[in-house]
Design a binder for this molecule. Structure first.
Ligand SMILES: Nc1nc2c(ncn2[C@@H]2O[C@H](COP(=O)(O)OP(=O)(O)OP(=O)(O)O)[C@@H](O)[C@H]2O)c(=O)[nH]1
Length: 383
């Protein structure tokens, strides 16, 4: 991907992410708003319902008190009637704060209310003048009954109306917040999916990148950087585990001449083929192959004995011979051959990676000096 394209993709991703964040925040606000409204409407419904119950109760109770007063002429009933009138007024006032239709109901039906009160007052006057039968008749009269019924019906219908309106609002808010909850759920799911995608994408790219950093493009073997790291690591491991470590530095003989004779692309093919041979030879987990320079390769292997190590390089040489690749610049064999310098790190030695590499390199030099197409093991003269 070009830098320009990468930057525009990044910008587009940033815009998308910002947009998605705004939508999520807006959705969360919408849920909060509708949930809050839903709770408020529900609360109001309970309040209105309880006021409606109170009003109907006070209304019936005050009629009952008026009747009882007409029958018993007991002043207790009269004062109960009066206290109920005050309580009813208070409840109606409270209800009119909750819903304007109650206020309208009180205003519009004031004449009807006054009529009822005047009939009740008339019966109370009869009671006071000991005309109890007259008082009872007044309260039982069809006119009073009809007015009372009308008043009660009006109250009930108004409250029913309010209840229906509130229920509609409640359902509306519930539908909205449930819809937004789904939207938020889908957004969260989307975020989770994008998150997983990004994490996977990054992980893949990181492993690709680390491969690129440590792999030689042409042969697919480890490159110089990974050679340095793995040589240090394996050396530490061999000292810790008390095992022998082999390092072989391998070079294609007269490779300059090969390039000169057959051309650079053909030279590349030889390098690729040799890289594959190394890969096929190194079968065990603790054996590693590298291309550490132009036509220079290396093998690091944890071995049980010197023979074990040299045998694997011998085997690699044999495989290369079997290929019988023509190399007219190689006057000795006429084929592509290799030379190798082998050095061992023994468990009881203390050697640095540089010392081990230098030893293998020296042995390679000797192999070249002795006529190439061979391996030479480094022997420390001082020991
Ligand atoms: N085709 C190809 N050639 C390369 C590459 N890297 C280095 N070379 C060539 O490898 C040759 C190495 O030459 P020298 O160091 O002189 O070694 P040599 O010719 O193999 O001689 P001896 O090692 O002494 O046998 C040079 O000609 C480099 O150009 C590569 O990636 N591809």
């Amino acid at each position: 991907m070009s830098i320009k394209k990468g930057k525009s993709t990044q910008r587009a991703l940033l815009v998308l992410l910002t947009l998605a964040m705004f939508i999520t925040i807006a959705t969360a606000f919408a849920i909060y708003y509708h949930l809050e409204r839903y709770a408020k409407v529900t609360d109001k419904m309970y309040k209105v319902q309880s006021l409606a119950n109170k009003i109907v109760y006070f209304d019936e109770a005050l009629t009952m008190s008026a009747r009882m007063y007409a029958y018993e002429k007991d002043l207790q009933w009269y004062s109960r009637y009066q206290s109920l009138v005050i309580q009813l007024d208070h409840a109606l006032n409270q209800a009119s704060h909750e819903a304007s239709s109650i206020h309208d109901l009180i205003e519009k039906n004031e004449p009807l209310n006054q009529k009822l009160i005047s009939i009740e007052e008339r019966s109370f006057a009869d009671v006071r003048n000991n005309r109890l039968q007259q008082a009872q008749q007044t309260l039982k009269s069809p006119e009073y009954q009809a007015l009372k019924q009308r008043y009660t019906n009006l109250v009930i219908l108004t409250f029913q109306d309010i209840h229906n309106q509130l229920q509609e609002q409640q359902n509306n808010h519930r539908d909205w917040y449930q819809t937004f909850l789904w939207v938020l759920g889908l957004q969260v799911l989307g975020f989770v999916l994008v998150w997983f995608y990004l994490v996977n994408f990054l992980r893949l790219n990181v492993s690709r990148l680390s491969n690129l950093i440590t792999t030689d493009d042409l042969t697919g073997l480890g490159n110089r950087r990974s050679f340095d790291d793995i040589l240090q690591r394996e050396l530490r491991r061999s000292i810790r585990d008390g095992k022998m470590l082999m390092l072989a530095v391998i070079d294609i003989d007269y490779f300059k001449k090969y390039n000169d004779y057959y051309g650079h692309p053909k030279g590349d093919q030889v390098l690729t083929m040799f890289g594959k041979l190394i890969e096929q030879t190194l079968r065990r987990a603790n054996e590693f192959g590298f291309r550490i320079g132009g036509e220079e390769f290396a093998v690091i292997a944890s071995v049980d004995s010197v023979e074990d190590g040299t045998a694997s390089i011998e085997y690699l040489m044999l495989k290369l011979h079997k290929k019988q690749m023509e190399h007219k610049g190689n006057a000795e064999t006429g084929q592509v051959t290799m030379s190798a310098g082998i050095a061992f790190h023994h468990a009881d030695e203390i050697m640095t990676d540089e010392e081990l590499y230098s030893a293998a390199d020296k042995a390679l030099y000797v192999a070249k000096e002795r006529g190439r197409n061979q391996w030479v093991q480094y022997i420390d003269d001082k020991s």
